[in-house]
Design a protein. Structure first.
Length: 225
């Protein structure tokens, strides 16, 4: 039975493809380290750490999606709007690493696959969605919250699409790619609703009290290398 989840276990994708995405993930994380060093300061660094802790804790809580299926927060859009894409990439990578090492949630050989889907695809899709939506939405705190909410919804199935592509190139199972894609993307379209609701509530609370710390509330969101 196929259980649609984004944390890929060991052996689900072959080693050559896992290694390729591991190298890609290392490259993106290296770029994120460079970018975060330029964007973090004494005020925002603690928020980045708290964001990682919150996402780690929130991912431990599952919510029902459909019969026999549950989902949990990914947190990519939430982290992106709070601390920016570079720090969000690092925060999600730390969360995934701890989960793989200490809780066997996602395999070690698959860590590069998971980092690419959740720390790269989901984060940067969220970033560009927020940037694009802020250009057309009202320049208000509510506009930022709505942009983050929409980004949260679309980032989850796109991360699932990343998994499907990885499986197409190196899946070791006998399940057809079309079946995997339908199950993964279809289920995560539903999980995205929960992701959007959690993001909406969290961003609304933070931006109402400490908007000065919210990356997405800054007048410009251009990311400089």
């Amino acid at each position: 039975m196929l259980t649609p989840k984004l944390h890929i276990p060991d052996g689900f994708v072959n080693l050559p493809v896992s290694a390729l995405f591991g190298l890609l993930s290392i490259t993106f994380v290296g770029l994120a380290l460079k970018g975060a060093a330029k964007t973090l300061d004494d005020r925002t660094t603690p928020l980045a750490g708290l964001t990682a802790v919150f996402i780690f804790a929130a991912q431990m809580i599952n919510f029902p999606v459909a019969a026999g299926t549950s989902g949990h927060l990914v947190g990519a859009a939430l982290a992106t709007v709070l601390v920016g894409p570079y720090s969000a990439t690092l925060a999600l990578t730390v969360v995934l690493g701890v989960q793989a090492l200490l809780f066997a949630d996602g395999g070690l050989s698959a860590l590069g696959l998971n980092v690419f889907n959740l720390s790269v695809i989901a984060v940067w899709v969220s970033h560009f969605a927020i940037v694009g939506l802020r250009k057309v939405l009202p320049k208000t705190k509510s506009g930022v919250t709505i942009a983050a909410t929409v980004a949260a919804y679309i980032s989850v199935p796109l991360a699932a699409l990343g998994f499907t592509i990885q499986y197409a190139f190196g899946g070791t199972g006998t399940i057809p790619v079309g079946t995997v894609g339908t199950a993964m993307i279809g289920t995560h379209l539903l999980i995205g609703i929960g992701e959007a609701l959690i993001t909406f509530m969290t961003v609304s609370a933070v931006i109402a009290t400490r908007s000065d710390l919210v990356f997405g509330w800054k007048p410009t969101l251009e990311v400089r290398s």
